[in-house]
Write a protein that binds this ligand. Structure first.
Ligand SMILES: CC(C)(COP(=O)(O)OP(=O)(O)OC[C@H]1O[C@@H](n2cnc3c(N)ncnc32)[C@H](O)[C@@H]1OP(=O)(O)O)[C@@H](O)C(=O)NCCC(=O)NCCS
Length: 170
């Protein structure tokens, strides 16, 4: 059994260690990390999964981002990682589904991510939904995926996914 909990400051070092373990070295050089520089993750959507022994088995975080000239607000999903010894047990799916439900409940309407479409399509992410979006290079456009949490949320939304600013035009 896994318990899904909000990430706290005490979890932070363990979560960073898990991300280092799950991702290739140099993960913070990826373009997605430039969208995270100097911006806090969305605390209500930063979740950890702990097993019966309280060991960290998985974690997910989201960052707020803006899109294009209008500065439409969106969530950037990730990083999400499951400990290598716990992969394939449905924990990734649990973390993603639970956090997306919470995101919708908090009023977010758009989610973007850079990842493998064969994995994320089961959660409703498609290239099609993000077709009018650009992402800071170097990013393989085939990996830029999006999902509307509210029908039509991406209608008329186009342009570069950029770092969050309080002012949409900023
Ligand atoms: C991706 C990840 C979070 C999935 O977590 P998980 O708990 O293993 O996933 P689940 O148990 O929910 O789902 C397993 C299924 O997803 C599939 N899957 C996992 N990663 C996949 C990928 N990159 N592309 C396609 N399918 C993938 C598995 O083959 C398995 O398929 P099945 O259901 O047909 O057997 C985990 O494998 C992980 O931490 N990977 C390393 C970090 C990473 O790549 N994060 C995502 C960044 S885009």
């Amino acid at each position: 059994m896994f318990r899904i909990l909000r990430e706290t400051p005490d979890d932070r070092a363990e979560v960073e260690f898990l991300y280092d373990l799950a991702f290739a070295p140099g993960r913070t050089a990826l373009s997605s990390y430039r969208l995270r520089d100097g911006v806090d993750p969305v605390a209500a959507l930063s979740l950890v999964a702990r097993d019966d022994y309280d060991a960290l088995a998985g974690a997910i975080r989201y960052w707020p981002v803006r899109i294009g000239g209008t500065g439409a607000a969106a969530l950037l999903l990730g990083p999400v990682a499951v400990h290598p010894t716990r992969q394939g047990e449905g924990l990734g799916a649990l973390l993603i589904a639970e956090s997306l439900e919470r995101a919708a409940g908090l009023g977010w309407s758009r989610v973007v991510l850079v990842g493998d479409e064969p994995y994320y399509r089961r959660f409703g992410f498609t290239r099609e939904a993000g077709r009018a979006l650009d992402y800071p290079p170097p990013t393989n456009p085939d990996r830029l995926l999006a999902r509307a949490l509210v029908p039509g949320a991406f209608d008329g939304v186009a342009g570069m996914v950029r770092r969050w600013t309080e002012d949409p035009a900023g």
